[in-house]
Design a protein around this ligand. Structure first.
Ligand code: HEC
Ligand code: HEC
Length: 366
C-alpha cells in the first residue's frame, strides 16, 4: 500500500480550528462574564461549518459529501468489527460520516437556539426583541439551547473516543492523518484546483476574521446590548435623590412588589437607620417602585429572582433572596476582603452599570 494525501491543508486547518473553537465555546459556557466570548465563538464556529458545508459540494475527493458512507449495513459492520480486523476507509468511515452530519445539524441548532436565548434572556444580539415578548420563557430558551449543545458535545466526545480507539486498536496513521494529511491506501491523492484553493483560503480566513471582528465589536448586530439605560434622576428625581443618598441606587426590578411595600411602610426603621420621608414623597416613590418592581420587568435578574421566590419567605433585601445568594456564592468573602468593595451590598463595585438599570453579564467585574 502506498501513502496518499487524503486531507488537504485546508481540511486539516479546518479541523484544527474546529477543535480549538469548540474547546473555547465549551469552556466559556458557564461563566456569565464570558458570555460575549461564548457567543462570539459560537458564531465563528457557525461561519466555519457553513464553509465546510460548501466545501462538501466542491467535489474534493474524500471531503465531498458524495464520498461519505451512509450505508446502514456498512455502519453496523464497521461498529461490530471495531475490535477485529475491519474494512479500512480512506476517507470518512461510516461512523464518522454520521457523526459529522450529526455534528453539523446539532451545531446549527445550537447556534440558532443560542442566539434566541441570548435575545430572550439577556436582551442582547439579533434576537433581543424576544426579551420584550417571550421574556417569561427565557429559561426554556436557555434549556433548549443547552439540550442541543449537550447533544453536540456528546457526539464530539463519541467522535474523539472513536478516533482514539481506532488509534489504539488499528493504525497510528489515522490520527496522524489529521496532522500530515496522509493515509495508506489505494486511492489517489487529493489535488485541489485553483478555485478550490481560493475558496479554502477564503473560508478559513472568514471564520478567523469573524471571530476577531466579534471579539473586538461588542456593539455589532449579533452581540449588541439592546437594553436601554435608565436615567433614574430624570425618570423619578425623588427616588434617585432620597434612595441614593445613603447607598447606591438599587433599581426597582431587583425586588418584588411586596418587598418594596414592606420596605416603604417601615422607613423609620430601615436596616437600623431612619430613612423616613414626608408621606407624599414616600407615596410617590412607593408607587414608582411597585410599577417597576420585579413582576413588571423583563430583566433576567427579575424573572429568575421571582422564579426562585417560592423558596423564600418575603425577602426584605436583595441580598437575602435565594437567587442572589446562588449567583454570589463565595463572592461575599472576596467583597469583604477588598476595601474598594467594602460590603456586598455595594453592587456597583462589580456591576458598574447597575445604577442605570443594567446588570449585563459582560460588564461584571470581580
Ligand atoms: C438614612 C440612610 C438610608 C436611606 C435614606 C435609604 N437607605 Fe436603604 N439602606 C440603608 C442601610 C444602612 C442599609 C443596610 C446596609 C446596606 O446594605 O448598605 C440599606 C439597605 C437597603 C436595601 C437592601 C440592600 C441589600 O443588601 O439587599 C435596599 C433595597 C434599600 N436600602 C433601598 C432603599 C430605598 C428604596 C430607599 C429610598 C426610599 C432607601 N434605601 C433609602 C440606609 C438608607
Ligand atoms: C464582589 C463583586 C460583586 C458584588 C459586590 C455584587 N455582585 Fe452580582 N455578580 C458578581 C459576579 C462575579 C456575578 C456572576 C456570577 C456567575 O458567573 O454566575 C454576579 C451576578 C449577578 C447577577 C446575575 C447576572 C445574570 O445575568 O445572571 C445579578 C442579578 C447580580 N449579580 C446582582 C447583584 C446585586 C443586586 C448586587 C448588590 C446587592 C451584587 N450583584 C453585588 C459579582 C458581584
Amino acid at each position: 500500500m502506498k501513502k496518499i494525501l487524503v486531507w488537504s491543508i485546508y481540511t486539516r486547518v479546518f479541523h484544527l480550528l474546529a477543535m480549538v473553537l469548540m474547546l473555547g465555546v465549551y469552556l466559556s459556557r458557564d461563566e456569565d462574564r464570558w458570555l460575549s466570548i461564548h457567543a462570539s465563538l459560537g458564531y465563528a464556529i457557525g461561519v466555519l461549518f457553513l464553509g465546510r458545508v460548501v466545501w462538501g459540494f466542491l467535489d474534493i475527493p474524500y471531503s465531498t459529501f458524495k464520498d461519505f458512507s451512509f450505508n446502514i449495513v456498512d455502519l453496523k459492520a464497521y461498529m461490530l468489527a471495531i475490535f477485529g480486523a475491519k474494512k479500512s476507509y480512506i476517507g470518512h468511515n461510516p461512523a464518522s460520516s454520521y457523526a459529522i452530519i450529526g455534528m453539523m445539524v446539532l451545531l446549527f441548532l445550537s447556534i440558532v437556539t443560542g442566539a434566541l436565548a441570548y435575545g430572550a434572556q439577556e436582551g442582547m444580539g439579533i434576537a433581543s426583541f424576544l426579551n420584550h415578548t417571550w421574556f417569561a420563557k427565557m429559561k426554556l430558551f436557555k434549556e433548549v439551547h443547552e439540550f442541543f449543545a449537550n447533544a453536540l458535545m456528546f457526539l464530539i466526545f463519541a467522535h474523539i473516543a472513536g478516533a482514539l480507539l481506532d488509534r489504539v486498536l488499528h493504525s497510528k496513521l489515522i490520527l496522524r492523518s489529521m496532522v500530515d494529511g496522509y493515509k495508506e491506501g489505494d486511492g489517489k491523492s487529493v489535488r485541489l484546483s485553483i478555485f478550490q484553493k481560493f475558496f479554502g483560503f477564503f473560508w478559513l480566513g472568514a471564520a478567523v476574521a469573524a471571530l476577531i471582528y466579534l471579539l473586538a465589536s461588542p456593539n455589532s448586530l449579533l452581540l449588541a446590548d439592546n437594553n436601554p439605560r435608565v436615567d433614574y434622576a430624570k425618570v423619578h428625581p425623588a427616588f434617585a435623590k432620597e434612595c441614593g443618598s445613603c447607598h447606591m441606587l438599587y433599581p426597582p426590578f431587583l425586588l418584588p412588589k411586596a418587598s418594596w411595600d414592606e420596605m416603604m411602610g417601615s422607613l423609620e426603621n430601615h436596616f437600623g437607620d431612619d430613612a423616613s420621608l414626608d408621606s407624599q414623597t414616600a407615596q410617590s416613590i412607593k408607587a414608582f417602585l411597585e410599577d417597576n418592581g420585579a413582576e413588571n420587568s423583563t430583566k433576567e435578574a427579575a424573572v429568575y429572582m421571582l422564579s426562585h421566590l417560592k423558596n423564600d419567605t418575603m425577602p426584605h433585601s436583595i441580598t437575602q433572596t435565594s437567587f442572589w445568594k446562588k449567583r454570589h456564592h463565595g463572592i461575599e468573602k472576596v467583597a469583604l476582603n477588598d476595601p474598594k468593595i467594602g460590603k456586598i451590598s455595594n453592587c456597583k463595585a462589580c456591576h458598574p452599570m447597575i445604577e442605570q438599570g443594567s446588570i449585563n453579564d459582560r460588564d461584571i467585574k470581580g
